[in-house]
Design a protein around this ligand. Structure first.
Ligand code: 4NP
Length: 154
C-alpha cells in the first residue's frame, strides 16, 4: 500500500480538490486497492468545515465526490501514515518542515516540482484568487505525473 497525503493551509480549497482529482485518477487506473489518498491542513482554522463553496462547485462540475470531506489539521499519525506528502506552496513546505518528525521530512514535496517547467512554483490559492477552475486545471496538469512517479516507485 502506498499512502498519499495532500496538504494545504486550510484543507478547504486546494488539498480537497487535489484529493478528489487524485482519487479519480487512482480509480481509473484500477489502483484503489494499492494507493490510499487523503488530505489535511497545516492550520486548524477551518477544522470541521466542508470544502469552500467554490471548490465544491468545481468538483461537482467535474463529477468528483466531496460529500464526505471535512477539513482537519495534520497530526503526528499523518506524518507516519503518509509515503508522499504533496503540498501546494512554499509556505506549506516551510510549515510542515517545522512540524514533521525528522524521519518524515523527506516525504514533503511541492506539487509542481513534478513538472520540469513549473519547478518551485506555488499552486495558486483560490481563497485569495477566487479562480477555482484555474486551480483545478493546474492540479490536473500535475497530478497524473505524480501517479506515474508513484507507480514506477512501487
Ligand atoms: P486552502 O485555502 O489552503 O487552499 O484550503 C485557504 C483556506 C482558508 C484560509 C486560507 C487559505 N484561511 O485563511 O482561512
Amino acid at each position: 500500500m502506498t499512502n498519499v497525503l495532500f496538504v494545504c493551509l486550510g484543507n478547504i480549497c486546494r488539498s480537497p480538490m487535489a484529493e478528489a482529482i487524485f482519487k479519480d485518477l487512482v480509480l481509473k487506473a484500477g489502483l484503489q486497492d494499492q494507493i490510499q489518498v487523503d488530505s489535511c491542513a497545516t492550520s486548524s482554522e477551518e477544522d470541521g468545515h466542508k470544502p469552500h463553496p467554490g471548490a465544491r462547485k468545481v468538483m461537482a462540475a467535474h463529477g468528483l465526490d466531496y460529500s464526505y470531506m471535512h477539513s482537519r489539521p495534520i497530526t503526528r499519525q499523518d506524518f507516519d501514515w503518509a509515503d508522499y506528502i504533496i503540498t501546494m506552496d512554499s509556505q506549506n513546505v516551510f510549515n510542515l518542515n517545522q512540524m514533521a518528525p525528522a524521519q518524515d521530512r523527506s516525504k514533503i514535496q511541492l506539487c509542481l516540482d513534478i513538472l520540469p517547467d513549473k519547478r518551485g512554483q506555488d499552486i495558486p490559492d483560490p481563497w485569495y484568487t477566487h479562480r477555482f477552475e484555474y486551480t483545478y486545471q493546474v492540479l490536473c496538469s500535475a497530478l497524473p505525473a505524480w501517479l506515474d512517479k508513484i507507480k514506477s516507485a512501487r
